[in-house]
Design a protein. Sequence first.
Length: 264
Amino acid sequence: MIPTLAVAQDRRPSHCIALADASPQMTFVHRANWQQPVAQDTVRLTYVDHAMFLIQTAGGLNAVTDYVGYTGDIDLIPDVVTMNHAHSSHWTSVPDPAIPHVLEGWKHGGAADHHLDLGEMLVRNVPTDIRSRFGGGVEKDGNSIFVFEVAGLCIGHLGHLHHEPDAAQYAALGRLDVVMAAVDGGLSLDTPTMMRVLKRLKSSVVIPMHWFGRISLNSFLAGMGDEFDVVEPDSSFIEISARSLPRRPTVMVLRPAYYNPPVE
């Protein structure tokens, strides 16, 4: 069931497609604990693991990306989960039936087409192709880039992206303020191609995901340093709003962590 508060709230319009100039008064993002209430017109992003993020809103909505069925030892039933099936670490075949909205990023015999309006948050997808799991071919529309329009922000999760988006896909994405991007160096996109994608998107905040050690991560950070600041806050959490977007595009390296509270 969608939280009552979230249903009652109107969504602050975003500018994903209608581009808007960044305000020079915007200040830097800051960290927060995921358990605290989320401020108005603010989104909390928690890097859980691999390609999985928890997105929380002021109205009480919880969305999880590339959901594998487990976010930690917490009593949390997300309102919406998104999944991609390039690898088993990006989806589950048995999501909790209590989850109201389970959005698969693929569709057998066609392209997934999601446009889920939860009042405070709009979730949509842009399909992309992936390398076939059964040989050297291509699975058309096997991945989805999911976009979350909330609190006046456009937040994109590239999923298990295997190719640079074409012109139509870039246009469908629009202006992404925040983007989560796989920087594994080749399991998804190779590092030079991923950097080219992100520099074209020109997002204010890039959050690396799907990295398995410092080698691929450092290579990515070094390549982005000419156009992006790099910040490593030693945290799994940030809170961000349209007013707090950094003045210069920034790569924000969050530390993935399942939530496992101490046993009392």
